[in-house]
Design a protein around this ligand. Structure first.
Ligand SMILES: Nc1ncnc2c1ncn2[C@@H]1O[C@H](COP(=O)(O)OP(=O)(O)OP(=O)(O)O)[C@@H](O)[C@H]1O
Ligand SMILES: Cc1ncc(C[n+]2csc(CCOP(=O)(O)O)c2C)c(N)n1
Ligand SMILES: [Mg+2]
Length: 329
């Protein structure tokens, strides 16, 4: 009779797919294999902790390439660490699988560990259960010096910036849903395998008064900054960083709000005093991160979008679980 750890069940999945990672963080006293992981770090660094769940049929299509799903499950958590200026270090992985399909799990683990290794992140524990497909990842990072970049620090007169480009994942979702018929690889890549803005996130502390990552949509997430900072903002639609495919979608459909309300882009939206414009350009350059000023923080409340000489006030709408019909953006 095989020892418990040899049974082809959850323990075999853990042993075979998840417990032999090359990355080992020096401050990990106990990793995978006991009731808890133990971290032992004597430095003055503070810990940043976050968690995000991806559920089949809600966050991803059940037939998504498992390597891309493994990547995305970690990426969305690294994105939250980036938004606070934290350095990613450790992760925990809670995996609920409908079946023990070694090929699927091998590909999932490949995507997960490839990203983890690129950022030096160690998997230190998790949970493996049988049930409807869902992935929950916890990520832990350190803030080595300076204050964390919060949602609540934006001030009237600050500039509003966004990294990369927005609306790509929303376009990918429309294509995946069959609601838009012009294929675009870049859009599908953004939807299924977003890249966390980790390197730029580590520079945010140098200049940002507030920051958030764009998971639910620019308007909804900038809205969190505005509410938590008790300010309003104006955003110029014409300067939004949109890929040519997103521009074409807007021209074809007339749906100019899509890039503002669709989620899943995992870009960083942040605010900073105009005095930091040069520092921001240097950080963008040093980390090869496109960054665009899209608007200005104003006293008061509410978000005004300026578009071709008109001003429209948009509600802070985006992807909201449990909203009527669960906004399928
Ligand atoms: N069930 C919960 N119990 C305790 N805190 C929660 C719970 N759900 C969310 N939170 C906290 O509420 C805040 C807002 O959560 P939210 O999920 O909107 O943030 P986010 O992770 O940046 O967004 P997203 O999930 O879209 O990536 C966070 O501080 C989060 O830790
Ligand atoms: C199949 C499928 N349908 C819809 C979407 C869009 N979507 C789902 S959750 C979410 C916000 C982020 O989630 P959370 O707030 O839970 O972190 C978005 C934009 C998708 N990616 N896949
Ligand atoms: Mg976030």
């Amino acid at each position: 009779m095989p020892g418990l750890s040899q049974w082809p069940g959850e323990f075999e999945i853990i042993r075979r797919f998840f417990s032999a990672q090359r990355v080992v963080d020096a401050d990990t006293e106990i990793g995978i294999g006991d009731d808890c992981a133990i971290l032992n770090f004597a430095t003055a660094a503070r810990l940043a902790l976050t968690t995000d769940t991806l559920v089949a049929g809600v966050h991803f299509f059940s037939d998504t390439d498992p390597a891309r799903l493994g990547h995305k499950a970690l990426a969305v958590n690294l994105s939250d660490l980036a938004a606070m200026g934290a350095r990613p270090r450790w992760t925990l992985l809670a995996l609920t699988l409908p079946e023990n399909d070694p090929e699927w799990i091998t590909a999932f683990a490949r995507g997960f560990f490839r990203l983890a290794e690129r950022y030096g992140v160690q998997l230190i524990g998790g949970d493996t259960t049988r049930g409807p497909l869902a992935v929950t990842v916890h990520a832990l990072g350190t803030i080595d010096e300076g204050p964390a970049v919060k949602r609540s620090g934006a001030q009237a007169g600050d500039a509003v910036y966004v990294s990369g480009s927005i609306g790509l994942a929303g376009l990918g979702l429309k294509i995946r849903q069959g609601a838009y018929l012009v294929p675009d690889e870049e859009a599908l890549d953004r939807l299924e395998a977003p890249e966390p803005r980790t390197a730029f996130g580590l520079r945010l502390g140098e200049f940002a008064s507030a920051a958030i990552d764009v998971s639910d949509g620019l308007v909804a997430d900038l809205g969190h900054i505005l509410e938590q900072s008790s300010v309003g903002a104006e955003v110029d639609w014409e300067v939004l960083p949109l890929s040519s495919a997103v521009c074409r979608y807007v021209a074809d459909s007339g749906d100019w709000e899509m890039p503002l309300v669709a989620g899943d882009d995992y870009e960083l939206c942040f605010t900073a005093s105009p005095a930091y414009a040069h520092a921001i350009a240097l950080a963008a350059d040093a980390t090869a991160t496109p960054v665009r000023r899209i608007g200005t923080i104003r006293a008061g409340s509410g978000l005004i979008i300026r578009r071709y000489g008109r001003s429209v006030e948009l509600p802070y709408s985006g992807y909201v679980h449990f909203s009527p019909g669960d906004t399928r953006r």
